[in-house]
Design a protein around this ligand. Structure first.
Ligand code: SF4
Length: 301
């Protein structure tokens, strides 16, 4: 039993990288195989993005990875009637159980004698409940469920350090369409993750764009090219008008450049510096030129 391989169900790289590193330490020299089975993740582009990051993480750790089926319809059927349940509620129970049982069955099918899941480090899941489900499965089928506790004793802080150090992809929602819709409703935000143009155009800041970016990152890493991922602001609100007042001259008619972004309706600031007749405010990335300059550049009045 000690030397039989361990199958590890993986939910995402943020949970799995930390968990697998610890498991490798606790089981030196033993074969560990990852199993990515998460048909709850929606949309499919987000599924591919999370899988990509898990592939990167497993490669770094020298762990073989198996991708399970993306049986999304079966998952939707399993949680039917529970769509409006809050997170940590009955829908999540079914969702966890489905992934858990499917992974246990995979271990059985592959002839592995031990299995575990990275859901054990998820703060959303009760370790006790997973242990109970594991013990039931073991009693029926003889596949042992290993349940290490990597959460306590500062584990959660360690996990967030590893996430930063390894530059793992941090998703900002749990995974399913129902959880995402409710989260965005609660934030009073549009769930733009659920929009994709029929033309296949990749929109700025979309999941598809992120997928391209992280694919590129994998290529750069394989070629040992240094890189840095920088978060840039996305233009939500454009500054449409502004009033520039000079101490002695009074109001100077001016034109706000696009990409002068605003987090709220109004902003007040001072011109901090000027380059080539372009005036930069000290607040909110506002930039303007005088109306005179605008006329001369555009050759219009
Ligand atoms: S919120 Fe998360 S755990 Fe709950 S059902 Fe959706 S994907 Fe599963």
């Amino acid at each position: 039993m000690q030397n039989s391989p361990i199958l590890v169900h993986i939910c995402c790289s943020v949970d799995s990288h930390f968990f697998l590193e610890k498991l490798q330490n606790d089981h030196p020299g033993e074969k560990i195989t990852g199993f990515f089975y998460d048909p709850n993740i929606h949309p499919h582009s987000e599924y591919k993005l999370r899988l990509l990051d898990v592939e990167r993480s497993c490669k770094k750790l020298g762990i073989d990875l198996i991708e399970g089926p993306y049986d999304y319809e079966a998952w939707v059927d399993a949680v039917r009637g529970l769509e409006r349940e809050p997170e940590k509620g009955a829908r999540c129970e079914v969702c966890f159980d489905k992934r858990f049982i499917e992974s246990a069955n995979k271990a059985l099918e592959l002839g592995f004698e031990r299995f575990t899941t990275t859901l054990l480090v998820s703060p959303l899941k009760s370790q006790e409940q997973l242990k109970r489900a594991g013990a039931e499965f073991e009693a029926k089928h003889g596949v042992k469920f290993i349940a290490p506790d990597y959460r306590s004793g500062g584990g959660t802080q360690d996990q967030s350090r590893v996430t930063k150090e390894e530059k793992l992809y941090r998703q900002d929602y749990c995974g399913c369409i129902y959880g995402l819709s409710m989260q965005r409703e609660h934030q009073n935000k549009l769930a733009d993750e659920l929009f994709s143009p029929i033309s296949g155009t990749i929109l700025p800041a979309s999941i598809e764009e992120r997928l391209e970016l992280y694919t590129k990152r994998m290529e750069l890493e394989e070629q040992h090219v240094p890189y840095k991922i920088i978060r840039e602001k996305f233009l939500n609100y454009r500054q449409m008008s502004l009033r520039v007042i000079a101490n002695k001259k009074g109001v100077i008619p001016a034109y706000a450049l696009s990409y002068s972004t605003l987090p709220r309706k109004k902003a007040q600031g001072k011109i901090e510096y000027t380059t080539h007749n372009l005036h930069h405010f000290n607040r909110e990335e506002i930039k303007c030129i005088t109306l005179e300059e605008f006329y001369s550049l555009s050759d219009k009045k």
